[in-house]
Design a protein around this ligand. Structure first.
Ligand SMILES: [Zn+2]
Ligand SMILES: [Zn+2]
Length: 188
């Protein structure tokens, strides 16, 4: 069975070199749907608590929220960094607190201090799905991702590949010692 959750990301981007309106900088509210598959955990009668899926995903993906997403070869990138630098907000600002840990994958690098994500490929809805799967595949047993942004939508399906031991009392993943980080349950 599947547990399914959604989260929203507000971001700005553009398709550098694209022959259409999307070559101009613009913004979206993107909606990401994450589907996680496993057996039903008998103790709590759920596959996985949806708020925990959200929490795990948000920890990384909040770097995309209220962020600017630009391709690595986009000339806007140095121009914007120059403005942020002059303004003194390139390396952080007191009110920029919604920061996840900086990350770097083959597809994207996050700079949380200036709310910027630099991507290898154009950040279309398809591109976002590739980036998100790469970031979360070792944390959640993802079988499907759907990303919608305005009239655009894309989805991809995956084979479940992780074995995650779950707490029979609260449903979340046990740590490497078989202990629940939330309620303290210990596997006998
Ligand atoms: Zn767009
Ligand atoms: Zn627990």
């Amino acid at each position: 069975m599947r547990s399914i959750t959604t989260l929203e990301l507000q971001y700005a981007h553009r398709f550098f070199g694209f022959k259409g309106e999307a070559q101009y900088l613009h913004g979206h509210t993107g909606v990401l749907t994450i589907e996680v598959e496993d057996s039903v955990n008998d103790g709590v009668n759920m596959v996985f608590p949806c708020n925990e899926i959200q929490k795990t995903a948000w920890e990384v993906l909040k770097n995309f929220d209220h962020a600017l997403v630009l391709r690595e070869d986009d000339p806007l990138l140095p121009a914007i960094l120059e403005v942020y630098k002059k303004q003194g907000i390139k390396d952080g600002a007191p009110h920029n607190v919604m920061k996840g840990p900086a990350f770097q994958t083959d597809l994207a690098t996050a700079y949380p201090e200036c709310r910027l994500v630099v991507t290898k490929e154009t950040m279309t809805v398809e591109g976002m799905i590739k980036i998100v799967y790469d970031l979360l595949k070792d944390k959640l047993n993802i079988v499907k991702l759907t990303f919608t942004s305005g009239v655009n939508a894309a989805s991809e399906e995956y084979k479940p590949g992780l074995h995650i031991e779950r707490c029979p009392l609260c449903g979340i993943a046990l740590d490497e010692n078989g202990v629940c980080p939330k309620c303290g349950y210990k596997k006998p």
